[in-house]
Write a protein that binds this ligand. Structure first.
Ligand code: 6CS
Ligand code: FE
Length: 297
């Protein structure tokens, strides 16, 4: 049986520092194709690597999803599930992965045309859910996420060949500048930043709490920030951010009384299905990186 190996366009988890690589593939895979994004929004997404959708969910829908994620967060069976990650310092629930399979409500949201049609237009193909999670960034104790590119991890540890995935972060609480709102470097999605350091076995057990391997060097981050600046996703509950898999992003911790919770859905193109990890000894579990490539919708 012949096994084909996919060329590694983006070597990372190298022994030492290596130079950034210019992205070869587009961010917007089929520009003019029909879909909910108008031309101005589509070209802005291509240039910046992200877009926002005001009022993706109605206030009533926000209430329904908040009740649903609070139900999950307080369910002892869910807390005991390996798909639930708790904060390093406290016992607070940090994330619940594969939430689109645990909750029918979230499963339906993943197939909702308001998200699905945007993802298909951006990726230029049918899509499937690569990963879903609900992030609870509780007030006072919510820990942030250091700067990173999701694609760097998904390429190294999940075997995602190309940058042909888009994430949707749907705010269930108001996102202020001061309660851990996501920060992004507009345009940095066009540069792949290799990260030094080999991937430990079962790295996800640590990295989902606090990522130390697979983070760019300060020198690379300084250069990217100088070239692109930093923008922050703020907005009322119900608004959504859609960002390219290789966007450089991170968030601060939340010491305010205002929680910052979001549902996070990652759409990958069915033409970008996972292969073997490019820089890890074995693939991560399905609940972090799905290997069911059945198209949505
Ligand atoms: O490792 C991952 O797949 C997850 N880690 C982060 C910090 N963002 C993307 C993703 O949810
Ligand atoms: Fe991330």
């Amino acid at each position: 049986m012949t096994t084909t190996t996919t060329a590694d366009r983006y070597p990372t988890r190298t022994a030492g520092e290596s130079a950034p690589i210019t992205r070869a593939e587009p961010a917007l895979w089929n520009g003019a194709a029909s879909g909910p994004l108008d031309a101005a929004t589509a070209s802005s997404y291509d240039a910046k690597g992200f877009l926002t959708v005001d009022g993706l969910l109605t206030p009533d829908e926000v209430e329904v999803f908040r009740a649903e994620v609070d139900r999950l967060r307080t369910d002892p069976a869910v807390r005991a599930d390996e798909r639930t990650v708790v904060e390093k310092q406290s016992d607070d629930v940090r994330s619940i992965f594969e939430v689109h399979r645990i909750s029918d409500l979230v499963g339906r949201l993943a197939a909702d045309p308001r998200l699905l049609d945007r993802a298909r237009q951006i990726l230029g193909s049918d899509v499937y859910v690569h990963q879903s999670r609900v992030n609870f960034m509780p007030g006072f104790t919510g820990k942030g996420f250091y700067w990173h590119s999701d694609f760097e991890t998904w390429h190294a540890e999940d075997g995602m060949p190309l940058m042909r995935a888009v994430s949707a972060s749907i705010a269930l609480t108001d996102n202020y500048p001061f309660n851990g709102g996501l920060m992004l470097m507009p345009g940095a999605h066009r540069t792949f930043v290799p990260c030094a350091g080999a991937t430990p076995d079962d790295h996800y057990r640590e990295s989902l709490k606090e990522q130390e391997i697979g983070v760019p060097s300060r020198a690379h981050l300084t250069a990217l920030a100088a070239a692109h600046g930093i923008e922050q996703f703020t907005g009322p509950a119900g608004s959504a951010l859609m960002f390219d898999s290789n966007s450089m992003h991170g968030s601060g911790s939340n010491i305010t009384p205002f929680a910052r919770s979001n549902i996070f859905l990652v759409f990958n193109s069915v033409e970008n299905a996972l292969v073997e990890p490019f820089a890890a000894s074995r693939p991560r579990p399905d609940f972090v990186a799905s290997r069911d490539f059945t198209p949505l919708g």
